[in-house]
Write a protein that binds this ligand. Structure first.
Ligand SMILES: Nc1ncnc2c1ncn2[C@@H]1O[C@H](COP(=O)(O)OP(=O)(O)O)[C@@H](O)[C@H]1O
Ligand SMILES: [Mg+2]
Length: 244
């Protein structure tokens, strides 16, 4: 379980995070929704310390980080061990083939043997029907394939939580579907996922929990069913804006 308490982040006169308190249960899929600029990425990035709120706390298991104090490098590395992150734009190592993209982190960061890393990577590719891509280079892959490899690369590090920030928004619809199917499979396997998305059908299908943000605040924090049936006019306005 990850908990954040009273996160505050100010950029000039803008509040990116305003008294944000919530938790991210292990073994569940949490989907963060909200209009553009509402603080979704800032919240997601605070979890692995890519953004640093001005105040508030982050608790991972027994470890609590207080953002109002400086955070030392050892703590940053320890926190980041818990997370894998997938961004909107695929960011594979362009000079390495798919298999090597998957084994690089486990070998270099986790000190795994080459044989062990290869075994894990080969199993992951097989599990998601991507074995045929193992020796291809990123430029030989479609955008959807690249993004699926980026997800497997994050999984190869065996993180406790996988963070995904609009992982499909740079993709065409059919490529988006390929990526969403992988995420749905991972959700069904009870991986701990935290996903920012604008895809409402996907959110409805996979979310155990929904966090809805507006102006840096959490306006809804609860079940997916509760969110999609909410009578709150702000939520209704958002859902209306997202459909036609
Ligand atoms: N590095 C930054 N410098 C200044 N303002 C920022 C920075 N990052 C985010 N913001 C501002 O913080 C607010 C929340 O941004 P963000 O978390 O990226 O929103 P979202 O992901 O929901 O679109 C926005 O008003 C954005 O302009
Ligand atoms: Mg964002």
């Amino acid at each position: 379980m990850i908990t954040v308490n009273n996160l505050m982040q100010q950029y000039g006169d803008r509040r990116a995070l305003d008294q944000v308190s919530t938790d991210f249960p292990a073994g569940q899929t949490t989907v963060i929704l909200g209009p553009s600029g509402s603080g979704k990425s800032t919240l997601l990035r605070a979890l692995n310390l890519l953004s640093r709120p001005d105040a508030g706390t982050l608790t991972l298991g027994t470890q609590t980080i207080d953002f109002s104090h400086p955070i030392d490098q050892a703590t940053i590395l320890a926190v980041r061990q818990h997370f894998g992150m997938v961004f909107q734009e695929k960011a594979l190592f362009t000079h390495l083939n798919v298999l090597k993209n998957l084994t690089q982190g486990p070998i270099k960061v986790k000190g795994q043997s080459k044989a062990q890393a290869n075994q894990t990577a080969t199993a992951l590719l097989a599990q998601f029907d991507m074995s045929a891509l193992a020796t291809r280079y990123p430029y030989q892959l479609s955008g959807g394939q690249q993004q699926r490899v980026a997800i497997l690369r994050a999984l190869a590090m065996q993180p406790d939580y996988l963070l995904l920030d609009e992982p499909t928004s740079a993709l065409d619809p059919e490529l988006e579907a390929q990526v969403l199917r992988i995420l749905r499979d991972l959700a069904q396997q009870k991986k701990s996922l935290i996903i920012v998305t604008h895809n409402m059908a996907f959110a409805r299908a996979v979310a155990d929990k929904i966090i809805f943000m507006e102006h840096g605040r959490i306006d809804y924090d609860g079940s997916a069913a509760g969110f999609f049936n909410a009578k709150d006019p702000r939520i209704q306005r958002f859902l209306h804006a997202m459909t036609f």
